[in-house]
Design a protein around this ligand. Structure first.
Ligand code: ATP
Length: 269
């Protein structure tokens, strides 16, 4: 039986340069990485930095990427768990993993903690299964207790991601908890172009490839979709024995990503 990992810990090498668009979100989070890099000027001013920040946005808009960028910019360790993993665990396991993670992060502070899919345990009470004292609620309570228990000198910032802010329990958003919100939108045309540029960096492109046009033809695509598009195009090129990706392959990959999204939508219904 494989031992499930308790939580992930790493040193992020992602920076804000790897994140295209999302200018407002980056601006908000700049302050956090600045503080983590050197808390002393903020301390001297008596400024209290937010402890918890909620990253809200549709799937694939870069929530995880942005959280890693904050850690990378500040050059601090990045601790992460996905809250959806706790749903099927034995009672008490989620809470003890949360405790372990916060303990390790505090030991290595300054640090970032990232909790993905917080909505899977942070739903308003009464709407979930188990009606009250189930694993989700214990895990959530542990997170909230840990955040309430931070000492002023413990420079740990908790970022949590959700694409369902509407279902979250209000207790999460109380002062001292996730009292700051950062919204990530689907990329607009210039942002799509910037994302395509980032992900096409390592790909040999034929002369006819027009990323400006491709950005115009990918309305509604998330950053993850665009990354996927470039990769699909490179795979298609490989399959056809080509040494470059041309515009026709890009457009075929675009259709593939659109159809993949439709298929997923139909299957989940
Ligand atoms: P989910 O809600 O599905 O967990 P997410 O919002 O956390 O998604 P990420 O995992 O950060 O999204 O994004 C997936 C990948 O898509 C990233 O690793 C990155 O390669 C690409 N991506 C998404 N948004 C951007 C962006 N703004 N700039 C550059 N790349 C992006």
């Amino acid at each position: 039986k494989s031992r499930a990992k308790r939580f992930e810990k790493g040193q992020s090498r992602v920076t804000f340069d790897d994140v295209a668009g999302l200018e407002n979100a980056k601006q908000d989070l700049c302050e956090i990485s600045d503080y983590l890099r050197d808390p002393s000027p903020y301390r001297r001013l008596g400024a209290k930095i937010p402890r918890g920040i909620l990253l809200m946005g549709p799937p694939g808009t870069g929530k995880t990427l942005l959280a890693k960028a904050v850690a990378g910019e500040a050059n601090v360790p990045f601790f992460s768990i996905s809250a959806s993993e706790f749903i099927e665990m034995f009672v008490g396991v989620g809470a003890s993993r949360v405790r372990d993670m916060f303990q390790s992060a505090k030991k290595e502070a300054p640090a970032i903690i990232f909790i993905d899919e917080i909505d899977s345990i942070g739903r308003a009470r009464g709407t979930g299964l188990g009606g009250g004292h189930d694993e989700r609620e214990q895990t959530l309570n542990q997170i909230l207790n840990e955040m309430d228990g931070f000492e002023p000198h413990e420079t740990v910032v908790v970022l949590a991601a959700t694409n369902r802010p509407d279902v979250l329990d209000a207790a999460l958003m109380r002062p001292g908890r996730f009292d700051r919100k950062v919204t990530l939108d689907l990329p607009d045309r210039p942002a799509r172009q910037a994302i395509l540029n980032i992900h096409a960096r390592g790909v040999p492109l034929a002369g006819d490839v027009d990323l400006v046009r491709l950005a115009a033809l990918t309305v509604g695509f998330s950053g993850a979709d665009l990354e996927n598009l470039i990769n699909e195009a490179a795979l298609l090129a490989g399959r056809k024995g080509k040494s470059e990706v041309d515009m026709q392959l890009m457009l075929a990959a675009r259709d593939k990503v659109v159809l993949g999204g439709l298929r997923e939508m139909l299957l989940s219904d």
